[in-house]
Design a protein around this ligand. Sequence first.
Ligand code: SF4
Length: 233
Amino acid sequence: MPLTKAKGNMYDWCTHTHTHLGGVCSHKCKYCYVQAMERRFGGGRYTGELCLIEKEFDIHYGKGRTIFIEHCNDLFAKAVPDEWIERILAHTCEWPDNEYVFQTKNPARMDLFRDKMPPRRLLGVTIETADADVAIMVSKAPTPYDRYWEMKEMSNRKGERTFVTVEPILRGPAAALGGMIRDIAPEFVNIGADSKGTDLDEPTGEAVEKLIDTLRAYNVPIRKKVNLERLLA
Ligand code: SF4
């Protein structure tokens, strides 16, 4: 996959995306848009065993871009070997005049690789709900509390620039989720809803409004995805 211009439902603040990992992400989220795409087209690059795609290391990243790395997998999932992560990060370090976006559901492992990352970076965590019982029904990723705790440490104690993604938003206590995000003190929070018609345990519009009001009260900048309108209607 060449360096690709970000499009579709991707973050509109990223200019490009790029992946080196193929195969299925081990978090196996029920709502995974990558796997939905693979099912639709009968399987492809993100089907089968996790693998490293060698030709992707030849890509020139240029400069002046905001590049989301591994948007079709979780680079810091347990199943990804250390050497693969190191090689991918080394590739980004060869092109330091860009900003790189790394997003994970396993920030504890992301933390272990910070000294191998390029200097200009923005680190993201996905927390779809504060309710662990709801989260466990849709993903094999670490619990929302674990994600929160590790990201808070990176943001507050280790001085990383961070963001939080609440997408797809799931049912759960809005006040608790708002409090977690306040503690992380991210540069912004992205909120979006499922757009693939997955049968998810979603919040009511009222609960979404409550989360938004809570975050506004804490002065957390909010970036709402258009797909959130379905729940707010
Ligand atoms: S972490 Fe991301 S890429 Fe991995 S299964 Fe979940 S949604 Fe898909």
